[in-house]
Design a protein around this ligand. Structure first.
Ligand SMILES: [Zn+2]
Length: 232
């Protein structure tokens, strides 16, 4: 009986350890087993990328207005399904000069999904992005920031880089608090994530973040432009 308990205990210990490793790996922003993952660009220049996830939604024109007013570009990681329903919003993003990235087609958690499912999620969204007129490199950002095994491998197989972020503000903050957090934590090469497609505070933080970054001497680049400055 004692021996049996010992074996059970050892098995439980192994399972816990494996689960902990998998959990850490899924959530880690800077480690990835396959492919190419960036959470921040290694540079000493005062350059950053502002990125927005989800949508496009009805908030898009207001976001673009803030960008145009201060003459900057951002990167929009859009959901293929939403883009298909709102092609004019996708075109508006492209025409403003901002960049479009792939945030999957249906915005499901993609951990433990089959390669064919992931392949279709990425491929369909890329097709929708091309319809906007955007001809640049399309990067990938996984929904919920989760990634495991097939996901980065497939993105990489399709020639896509996985772009994470190193500056994120908790939801339920005011636009002033969001802007302050970003401006206190920004550093050269930062990739900033905001969620203005559904979150009013994030939306209202945009002009404050841009003005503050400029005041600190930062240039706002798209993700592809920022990646060109990666120092080895
Ligand atoms: Zn998302």
């Amino acid at each position: 009986m004692k021996k049996f308990l010992k074996i059970v205990f050892i098995i439980l210990l192994c399972l816990t350890f494996t689960a902990a490793v998998l959990y850490f790996w899924m959530n880690a922003r800077t480690s990835q087993v396959f492919g190419n993952l960036t959470a921040k660009v290694n540079t000493t220049e005062k350059i950053v990328a502002l990125t927005f996830d989800d949508g496009p939604t009805a908030n898009t024109p207001e976001i673009l207005k803030y960008l145009s007013e201060q003459n900057v570009k951002a990167t929009f990681f859009v959901v293929g399904e939403s883009l298909e329903k709102n092609p004019e919003l996708g075109k508006a993003i492209f025409e403003q000069g901002s960049e479009l990235g792939n945030h999957s087609y249906t915005h499901q958690r993609m951990v433990f999904k089959s390669p064919s499912f992931i392949s279709s999620e990425l491929g369909k969204t890329n097709e929708e992005i091309r319809k906007t007129g955007f001809a640049g490199v399309i990067n990938f950002r996984p929904p919920y920031g989760k990634k495991l095994l097939f996901l980065p491998w497939y993105a990489n197989k399709l020639g896509m880089k996985t772009i994470m972020w190193n500056i994120e503000v908790d939801s339920n903050k005011s636009s002033d608090q969001i802007a302050k957090y970003v401006l206190d934590n920004v550093s050269p090469g930062s990739i900033i994530i905001l969620h203005p497609m559904y979150n009013r505070s994030d939306l209202e933080a945009i002009p404050k973040v841009i003005a503050g970054l400029k005041e600190q001497g930062y240039n706002l680049l798209t993700v592809n432009e920022l990646l060109e400055h990666q120092q080895k």
